[in-house]
Every structure is written in structure tokens, then in C-alpha cells.
Design a protein around this ligand. Structure first.
Ligand code: ADP
Ligand code: TRP
Length: 325
């Protein structure tokens, strides 16, 4: 089975990215599937035109994914823009995509509603994402729940292209969403997201992580009073990291009273720092060897281009696009 997913280089990796997406990437890789993972730098251009920011976030993501367990010997890791065929397929998909399909896009509608001048790239974002998936004949796409609509649009667009030019041209992909961790809450209880400044970063120093945990929003129940673990943002995050027996003990301490939110936040910081200690050490090591990372991306790009070119040769011929190379 061909697995494919991408992450935008639009900021630092956070624990929502880990539970919602990258942990599944690593699991699927260990199950022996043919995995393609990439850094969606063309998607990032829809929200940032800051050259240093995009370039820096791209390297951060590459090193982050490698440190978290993406193994270049088993998975193809590459950068979106190293495969020009993806923007080429975007054009074919654009030409079978009804305007109405994109006008229903929630992230585009959000921006327009907030009075932000959305660019055409943002409008077309889901079509580029559909091309990302279809150009590699992907069967399964591991993502967080926020990507559900994009996957539905991808399936629509694949159907439309096949209807226009040939039933078996593109593979119809399925989303792979793990419901129990589909939405990791941020410091304010909303979905954790780079765009809401409510994240806990994976690759921050221990001290910064602990300080970030202290900023989680809680109610003002006094320390001695009993508390409800199930309505608490701190406990929601503890559940992701603590073993079952510790979870049960902490839940009981909440209900008994005399256990403050401060205690819970401190413990959460320790749990996160322990969970990512190994990955952070690997990251520090990779930072010393950026050329090795670039070699891995170059090799991944070569493999990805070969697959993408085979798809495009099929699509061009089927659409009556004559090539003279
Ligand atoms: P962000 O919302 O911070 O910009 P991205 O859009 O880059 O994150 O997401 C990369 C991957 O991580 C996607 O598959 C997305 O669904 C997943 N993801 C992001 N935030 C969360 C979250 N809070 N909970 C679960 N999954 C998430
Ligand atoms: N839109 C995705 C996100 O914000 C990133 C992405 C781009 C992606 N292309 C993709 C995810 C293809 C899966 C498959 O997280």
C-alpha cells in the first residue's frame, strides 16, 4: 500500500502534529508500507512570503521528522517543490475543478470572513493538495481531523479527472484519521495550532517546555477544592503522555482536592520532556550535519520524481497534451 502525507513548513512542530500526524507516519512505516512523506513548502507560500522563514521552517521540519523516527532507509522523505510534476498535475485538476467546490473550502472562507485578503494560492490550496496525493498514486493519507475536508475534496477531484480523461488514471485515496487523538487541544483549549499561538513545541528546551505548560488555561478552583479532570485542559494533555495507572492516580487526586493545577502542569512538563528526550538529542545531532539532511532530501526527491513523472506521462497522454521532448 502506498502511504503519503505532508506537513507545511509554517512554524515549529508541536505535540498536535505528533499525535495527529507524525506518530501515524512512523507507525505506518514500521508496518512495512511504501511511505512517502514530504514538506509542503509550496503550500506554505500561501501564508508566508518571508524567504528566511520558509527556508528555515523547511529544514526544521526535515530534521524534526527524521528525529521523530522517519527513517530514510524505509520511507521516501522529500520536499514538495523538488517534484515539479505536482504543480503540473495541479493545472489538470484545476481544469476539472468547479469553482463552487473551492468556494466551500473552510480555511478560505475563514480568511474571507475575518476580512483578510485571501490570495488565489490559498483559494487553490486544496487542488495542490489533491495533486500531492494523486501524483504518487497514494492509497492512504494519515492526517489529523482538520484535514478531513481536504481529503474529501481530493476524492472529488480524482473522480472528476478520471471521468474527464479515463477511469483508472488516478488512484482514489482514503484518509487515515485516528479519532482518539484527532484533535489535540492547545494551551487555551482550542485545537492546538501554529496559527493560534497556543502550541507546545516538540523541539524546545526542557525549561521552555515546562514554562509553556504553566501557561495552560484552567479555571480558578482553589488548590484545596475537588476538581473535575475531564473538563481540564491540563488533564487532557496528561492523558496523551502518562501511562494508564498514572492517569488514574492523577484523576483521583483531582477529585480528592488538595491537588492543584500547578502540580498537574509541572508533571505534564516532566512527561513531555521525557517523551521527547531521545528525539531532541537526535535533533541536536542532525543540526551539526545539515549536509546529511540535504542528501537525504535529494535522494527522496529523486525517488518521488520518478513516480510522479510516470503518473504525469499517463495524464498528459490521456488529456491530448502532446509532448515533444
Ligand atoms: P497547524 O494547524 O499547527 O498549522 P499543520 O496544518 O501543519 O498544523 O498540520 C500538520 C499535521 O498535523 C496535519 O495532519 C494536521 O491534521 C495535524 N495536526 C495539526 N494540529 C493538530 C492537533 N491540534 N491535533 C491533531 N492533529 C493535528
Ligand atoms: N494541508 C496539510 C496541512 O495543513 C498539509 C498537506 C499538503 C498535506 N499536502 C498534503 C497533507 C497532502 C496530506 C497530503 O496539514
Amino acid at each position: 500500500m502506498r502511504i503519503l502525507s505532508g506537513v507545511q513548513p509554517s512554524g515549529r512542530l508541536h505535540i498536535g502534529n505528533w499525535f495527529g500526524a507524525i506518530r501515524q507516519f512512523v507507525r505506518l512505516q514500521s508496518e512495512g508500507h511504501d511511505c512517502f512523506y514530504f514538506i509542503a513548502n509550496y503550500h506554505a507560500l500561501t501564508s508566508s512570503q518571508d524567504k528566511a522563514f520558509v527556508a528555515d521552517a523547511t529544514m526544521h521540519l526535515a530534521m524534526g521528522m527524521l528525529s521523530l523516527g522517519i527513517d530514510p532507509a524505509r520511507s521516501t522523505l522529500f520536499v514538495q517543490s523538488d517534484v515539479p510534476q505536482v504543480t503540473e498535475l495541479t493545472w489538470f485538476l484545476n481544469c476539472v475543478c468547479p469553482m463552487g467546490l473551492l468556494e466551500r473550502g473552510t480555511s478560505f472562507k475563514d480568511k474571507v470572513q475575518r476580512g483578510i485578503a485571501a490570495n488565489v494560492g490559498l483559494f487553490d490550496y486544496p487542488v495542490l493538495q489533491a495533486a500531492d496525493i494523486a501524483v504518487y498514486d497514494a492509497n492512504l493519507v494519515p492526517v489529523g481531523a482538520d484535514q478531513k475536508q481536504h481529503l474529501e475534496m481530493t476524492r472529488d477531484l480524482v473522480g472528476k479527472l478520471n471521468q474527464a480523461w479515463g477511469q483508472e488514471l488516478l488512484v482514489l485515496p482514503q484518509p487515515h484519521i485516528v479519532e482518539s487523538v484527532a484533535v489535540v487541544p492547545g494551551l487555551d483549549g482550542q485545537k492546538m495550532s501554529k496559527s493560534y499561538d497556543n502550541t507546545i513545541e516538540i523541539f524546545a528546551p526542557d525549561k521552555a517546555t515546562s514554562m509553556r505548560c504553566m501557561q495552560i488555561v484552567t479555571d480558578s478552583t482553589p488548590l484545596e477544592a475537588p476538581k473535575d479532570p475531564d473538563g481540564c485542559n491540563v488533564f487532557a494533555l496528561i492523558k496523551l503522555f502518562a501511562a494508564a495507572d498514572e492517569q488514574a492516580r492523577i484523576a483521583q487526586a483531582y477529585r480528592a482536592g488538595g491537588y492543584g493545577y500547578g502540580h498537574a502542569k509541572k508533571r505534564l512538563g516532566e512527561l513531555i520532556n521525557a517523551e521527547f528526550a531521545q528525539a531532541r538529542a537526535r535533533y541536536a545531532e542532525l543540526e551539526q550535519h545539515p549536509d546529511d539532511v540535504r542528501d537525504i532530501l535529494a535522494e527522496g526527491g529523486r525517488k518521488a520524481r520518478a513516480v510522479a513523472e510516470a503518473t504525469m506521462a499517463r495524464v498528459r497522454a490521456a488529456a491530448g497534451i502532446l509532448t515533444h521532448r
